[in-house]
Design a protein around this ligand. Structure first.
Ligand code: F6P
Length: 463
């Protein structure tokens, strides 16, 4: 079905299915692109005749972009090189320091944001990057094509598509939360209105959770008195794919190393990017509260945090990483004893090891302050082989699917999170079995293919 319907599809995303680097001799080398969006979409559209446009992010990408459209990963792939300074301003200042912070509610409002002249230049750059992508689609897309525009980096692309290619059916899909009408008032009025109008000029706007779609609708309703078309379609992990990783020799080896490290102790696990929205600090503080208030768990449990660096070009992320490392070290020195390190913090990017740990956890902590979806919360129950418990933030988009079963975490309540950790660790075997079976069923209810179909259907049915 997808092979047929994705024929006339053009994807626009920041990270694409391939990225490039230079080898020791200065030759260009291609590797699979990083990032959740590209890795979820790439297998779905491989060999379907789809085209894909992504940003040239590094110097090597820009060099590769000079080759124009290439056949790669089973798609017609084109990297678009915009001026590196303009790209940085659009990505760092607008996408990641403004829109990401706005939609995740991350600003310390006494200090940030500051919409000064430099910020206005960055907004112009964001608009220019969006325009470059829109222009490429306008020039290249076949007649009546369906255009799948991915994420907050490209909120404005639909503006020009609607004006110049009314034959196209373009949907916009947001992978992060969407703020409410009170919060969007932080943006300068003209920016908020351009942003909403840009998104609304797509045929329909998709989100992982009803809550984010409703916020977007409410922002539009407050501004214009009407709501654009939206749809809700939560992504899901590729079950076969993660099972194959779990069975790989590397993952099996990592699992054995983890067993040795645990020495029979219980495992609390988190797997995340080092990202402000993921709430790593309160997670560690809650664990410390558990050790402080429930001495019976001291030396009986290990908290493994397999978290890998992200967006290190932004000072907030560097400072956050340092805070995370300092806090883990402080807790370890305060509570650790010879033979037991309470927190194992590993910041290397090692997917087979994360998968091995997801098979092995007794309790998985997913406590973001806000999250568009959170795939780890579904991957965990699908992979876990020990009837592990899921402690899940009610602020994650995936709460709408798993909230009936997962243990509820208010991500701001450190003492409350400690109580949830204690309750999860103390759960009886029979309750754990029921809990994990119910979660597995919910996590397996949808596939990545359903998510792609929903986007194609929204593009083709609305208006
Ligand atoms: O969830 C939104 C998203 O942009 C994903 O596409 C990506 O995997 C993740 O955040 C990481 O962000 P970045 O591409 O900026 O490293």
């Amino acid at each position: 079905m997808v092979a047929r319907v994705a024929e006339n599809v053009v994807i626009v995303s920041n990270r694409g299915p391939l990225s490039f680097s230079h080898d020791g001799d200065g030759n260009l080398v291609a590797q699979r692109g990083a990032g959740g969006v590209a890795s979820s979409l790439a297998p779905l559209v491989r060999d379907t005749g789809a085209s894909w446009m992504a940003a040239a992010i590094s110097d090597a990408d820009r060099e590769a972009a000079a080759s124009g459209t290439v056949e790669a990963e089973g798609v017609r792939f084109r990297m678009l090189a915009v001026d590196p300074d303009a790209y940085r301003m659009a990505y760092d200042v607008v996408s990641n320091s403004t829109l990401w912070f706005l939609h995740h509610g991350l600003w310390d409002l006494a200090r940030r944001p500051r919409f000064d002249r430099r910020w206005r230049e960055a907004w112009d750059a964001y608009r220019a990057v969006n325009h470059t992508f829109a222009r490429a689609v306008i020039d290249d897309a076949p007649a009546d094509a369906t255009v799948l525009v991915q994420d907050y980096h490209f909120a404005l692309v639909g503006t020009w598509l609607a004006q110049e290619r009314p034959d196209l059916k373009a949907v916009h899909f947001t992978h992060i939360p969407f703020c409410d009408p009170e919060a969007i008032r932080i943006l300068p009025d003209d920016v908020a209105s351009e942003l909403l109008a840009g998104m609304a000029s797509h045929t329909s706007c998709g989100f992982h959770a009803r809550r984010w779609a409703q916020n977007f609708e409410a922002c539009c309703q407050a501004l214009w008195g009407w709501k654009p078309s939206t749809f809700v379609s939560p992504l899901a992990p590729d079950h076969d794919d993660i099972d194959a990783v779990a069975e790989s020799p590397k993952s099996v080896e990592e699992g054995a190393a983890l067993d040795e490290l645990l020495g029979g102790r219980r495992l609390i696990l988190r797997v995340d990017r080092i990202e402000l929205s993921k709430n790593l600090l309160r997670g560690f503080l809650a664990y410390e509260e558990l050790l402080r208030t429930r001495p019976e768990w001291r030396a009986q449990v290990v908290f493994a945090a397999f978290v890998y660096p992200s967006r290190e070009g932004l000072p907030e992320y560097l400072a956050y990483r340092q805070e995370v490392e300092t806090l883990a070290a402080r807790i370890n020195s305060q509570w650790g004893v010879p033979g037991w390190t309470p927190i194992v913090l590993d910041t290397s990017d090692n997917f087979p090891r994360s998968v091995a740990a997801l098979r092995r956890y007794d309790l998985l902590l997913v406590n973001p302050v806000r999250d568009g979806l959170n795939l780890v919360a579904k991957e965990g129950p699908l992979l876990n082989a020990r009837n592990g418990v899921l402690a899940l933030s009610r602020e994650a988009g995936v709460w709408e699917e798993l909230g009936g079963v997962a243990l509820e975490v208010n991500p701001f309540d450190v003492a409350g999170t400690a109580d949830v950790l204690a309750a999860g660790l103390a759960m009886e075997d029979q309750d754990r079995a029921t809990h994990s079976a119910a979660l597995r069923k919910l996590a397996a209810a949808r596939s990545p293919r359903d998510w792609l179909h929903d986007q194609l259907a929204a593009a083709r049915s609305a208006r």
